[in-house]
Structure formats: structure tokens, C-alpha cells
Ligand binder design. Sequence first.
Ligand SMILES: O=C(O)c1ccccc1NCC(=O)[C@H](O)[C@H](O)COP(=O)(O)O
Length: 256
Amino acid sequence: MLAELVGGAVADADARAAELPLDAVIAAAADAPPALDALRALAPADRVKVIAEVKRASPSRGRLADIPDPAALASLYEAGGASAISVLTEQRRFLGSLDDLRAVRAAVGIPVLRKDFIAQPYQVYEARAAGADIVLLIVAALDQPTLESLHALTLSLGMTALVETHSADEVARAVDAGAALIGVNARNLDTFELDRDLFGTLADRIPTGVIRVAESAVLGPDDVAHYRASGADVVLVGEALVTSDPTARLAEFLSV
Ligand SMILES: O=C(O)c1ccccc1NCC(=O)[C@H](O)[C@H](O)COP(=O)(O)O
């Protein structure tokens, strides 16, 4: 499934590149207001921080929520205490778009993550041009030279990369790439199996000074408490927020 998702995202990026060539996207990225400091926003604190996700649908769960106004949802997230917003921009299975990202960027003053299946420089430049402060780089989707070059490109544009892992080997690769923000996704992106204990088994392999993000499978405050007790600085939450009252849910999660 991961290979299919990456292939689709790259094909969609190639189609956009046929309309707006790389040179133009590079120029648009250079013209965009500077990226916000995501490492500061997500820095370890006395309490767990939340990256709140705008997520309409997913391959594992199908349609989750309509979200006609992603900017309004993101504003609720910000008012509710989220430290950053994740916007799924993949179109085929998640029903997201770069327009969602632009709308969210215009509505909030906290960092915005482009959550997509990024495998090409074009996608990094268009993230910056659309106002993203963070891009997702999934270790399992990239060979090491590509991971390192996309990471370096992300930093050169003033952004931060959330480098996503799902095994000890992938954490080692993220560290080798110089990641300052490492996520452990509880979801296996091929089988969709969820393992809430995976973060705890890998957290110690993430060096001190690197921000630790527990991604996926937060359904209630107990899951946040479990991740926090295992060393998470930040949790990334999608489904639980878009399928209920996001303000009330965030308050529960932030009180852990
Ligand atoms: O959510 C999926 O089904 C999925 C399938 C394949 C690749 C990625 C997928 N999701 C992306 C994410 O990592 C999640 O949207 C994010 O971590 C939030 O997860 P959750 O809180 O469990 O909705």
C-alpha cells in the first residue's frame, strides 16, 4: 500500500508540474513568507503537545468527516491549544489538497505540516510555496540518499522535516539523516495494523535533543497518557479529533 500511495502522489505531482514547472515553484517558494520555527513550537515541555490533523478520509478507515472548511477546523484546533496543524494534502485516498494547506496557513499562526507521500524535490518546494513550515518524510518510502537530500532541501528552505519511522532500523536512518523531529507511527503503512506499544519500544533510540512524536492511534486520553509515559513530547492525532467535538477532545488530551 505504501508504494501505491507514493506512486500516486508522485504521479499527481508530475501532473501539477506539467502545469506549473519546477522553476516556477522554486520561485514561489522563495517568495513565500518565512517558515515558522516548528522546533520551537514543538519543543519538549511540562505537558504533552498536540499536532492536530485535518483528515477527511484514509485508506484504513474510509471516509471520516466532511470538513467543508479546513481553515475553520484548524482555527478551532489552534484555539483549543494545538501546537501545530497537520494537513493531509494527498488527494486520492485522503481527499486532501494543497488548497486545504493554503487555507489553513492563512487561518492560523502556528506551524503547519504538509502530510503527504513526498519523494521528489518538487513536492518540497510546493509545500513551502503553499506556506508549509513542516514536511513529512517517511523513511520507509525513501532510500537513504533520497531521504538525506530531501531533508537537506527542507532545511535549506527554512522548514523542518518530521521524519517518520516504524522500526529500529528506520529510527537509525532518521538519526543518520540528521532529523531533529522524529515520529514513530503506530500504523504500519502497508498492513494498517496499529501498535500503540511501538513508540515505547523505539523511544530510547531517539537521541536526547531530538523531539519525539508519537503518531496515530490516539482515540482517548488514556492513549495520550500511554504515549507520554513512554517518552513522547508530542502526539499527532487525526481521527479522534475529526470524528468528535475537537475542542472538547483537545482539552482532554492536553490535560493528560
Ligand atoms: O490513516 C491511514 O489509514 C493511513 C494509511 C496509510 C498511510 C498513512 C495513513 N495515515 C496517515 C497518518 O499517519 C495519520 O493520518 C496520522 O498519524 C493520524 O492518525 P490517526 O490519529 O490514527 O487518525
